[in-house]
Design a protein around this ligand. Structure first.
Ligand SMILES: Cc1cc2nc3c(=O)[nH]c(=O)nc-3n(C[C@H](O)[C@H](O)[C@H](O)COP(=O)(O)OP(=O)(O)OC[C@H]3O[C@@H](n4cnc5c(N)ncnc54)[C@H](O)[C@@H]3O)c2cc1C
Length: 394
């Protein structure tokens, strides 16, 4: 058993860390306050290869292993979780399905642009009435000659309004349930595509979460990804890969919160000592680090499984996502506690981290859905949760 990182993995981690410290940390609080999307910073990370890390080099990607990809996301989220959202979506749930299911022409047209960071990608599955239950989406795609006409509304689209390509899921056969969904590559310039509004969120304030309306949106038939009816399979497979990325966001935020807490505890004085000398503070910090390491272990194990050729990570990724997303909420709670009133002020990073962390147990499959996947894997009760959005292996 070898727990060490390779020289290449360390180089990726250190290069991204250096960039985040030098070019992002100085502006992150101000951007959070003003809700400024990190356009220039994301572009630079894209140029460094962070948008298509798992995509082979022949398609403009970095062609690295899953652990390297997670190290990148951890380092980004340690400073700015909202940027990790844009990178996670582009890498995991847009580039990967496009690479896996795209035609040669689709890859030539879109994959290079995404993998090189020229464009960000967006993933459009959720609708106002359909979140966990993805088979309940109502967006329709009707074929008319060489074109599909899309009608419907997608909600909570990360990087909506900023992305260059949208992977959209719509029903081509509404009577076929989960097997009636197809996937489409949609450019924002296509007629009938419209961003209707942005969510006013608790956290991740610099990440855009858009509602997108398709009104007789014209999508060329050559932009269908995979076969008709394969859409939900493509979405679930993409989310299976995306989930370890969400665990990396959680570990990154938690690591940032721990480091801020250690620093503050050594400076702040009370009752004639630094607060780091109180056992109550020491125990909080000890628990924070222990939980972070546990989450990291689950996450790297899931990634390692994938790199060994396991294909889908299934319950491994769900365990990492479930534990890491709940862990980060416990860690940021303690980080604010260690900071006292200062932790409740927008002048500190831990205040932003507290807000940013909350969503991690919700998106890309809630904790409840992860538990269902894990239990099904353990108990073999596949049928009991069939049709649930995340984790179905059919
Ligand atoms: C900041 C943010 C960014 C997002 N980005 C994207 C994106 O880019 N693309 C995209 O498509 N979506 C995105 N989403 C949507 C996200 O994936 C959904 O919010 C998530 O899947 C949960 O769906 P829901 O919010 O509709 O909750 P619901 O499905 O309505 O669930 C509500 C509650 O019921 C529970 N529940 C539901 N079904 C079951 C069940 N069978 N058993 C037990 N409990 C159950 C849930 O766990 C939850 O606690 C984003 C959401 C947020 C908040």
């Amino acid at each position: 058993m070898d727990f060490s990182l390779s020289d290449d993995q360390k180089l990726i981690r250190d290069t991204v860390r250096q960039f985040m410290e030098a070019e992002v940390r100085p502006t992150v609080r101000e951007r959070d306050r003003k809700e400024t999307f990190a356009e220039a910073e994301l572009r630079k990370l894209g140029e460094m290869g962070c948008c298509g890390m798992l995509v082979p080099e022949e398609w403009g990607g970095a062609g690295v292993d899953t652990i390297s990809y997670l190290l990148m996301l951890e380092e980004v989220a340690r400073v700015d979780a909202a940027m990790a959202v844009a990178l996670g979506v582009t890498n995991s749930v847009v580039c990967m399905p496009l690479w896996k299911h795209g035609t040669e022409a689709q890859k030539k047209k879109y994959l290079r642009r995404l993998a090189s960071g020229e464009w960000l990608g967006a993933f459009c599955l959720t609708e106002p009435q359909a979140g966990s239950d993805a088979a309940a989406i109502a967006t329709r795609a009707e074929r008319q000659g060489d074109t599909y006409i899309l009608n419907g509304t997608k909600s909570w689209v990360s990087s909506g309004g900023k992305a260059g390509l949208y992977l959209v899921f719509a029903k081509t056969d509404p009577d076929a349930g989960a097997k009636g969904v197809s996937a489409f590559l949609v450019e924002p310039g296509f007629a009938g595509f419209r961003v209707s509004r942005y969510e006013d969120k608790m956290g991740l304030r610099t990440s855009r979460s858009a509602e997108i309306v398709f009104e007789n949106c014209e999508v060329p038939a050559e932009n269908r990804l995979g076969e008709e009816g394969q859409g939900l399979k493509i979405a679930l497979e993409a989310l299976d890969g995306g989930r370890v990325g969400i665990a990396a966001q959680a570990v990154g935020i938690a690591q940032g919160a721990l480091e801020a807490s250690v620093k503050y505890a050594k400076q702040r004085r009370a009752f004639g000592k630094t607060i780091s000398e109180f056992q109550a503070i020491q125990w909080m910090i000890a628990d924070m680090q222990t939980e972070i390491e546990a989450a990291r272990g689950l996450m790297y194990y899931a990634a390692w499984m994938r790199d060994q050729g396991a294909g889908r990570m299934g319950a491994y990724a769900s365990r990492a996502k479930l534990y890491a997303s709940e862990m980060v909420n416990r860690v940021v709670y303690k980080a604010v506690q260690v900071h006292g009133s200062v932790g409740y002020s927008r002048e500190t990073d831990v205040e932003r981290m507290y807000r940013d962390a909350r969503v991690i147990s919700i998106y890309e499959g809630t904790s409840e859905i992860q538990r269902m996947i894990i239990a099904r894997d353990l108990l073999g009760h596949g049928e009991a949760v069939k049709g649930v959005k995340v984790g179905s292996r059919e």
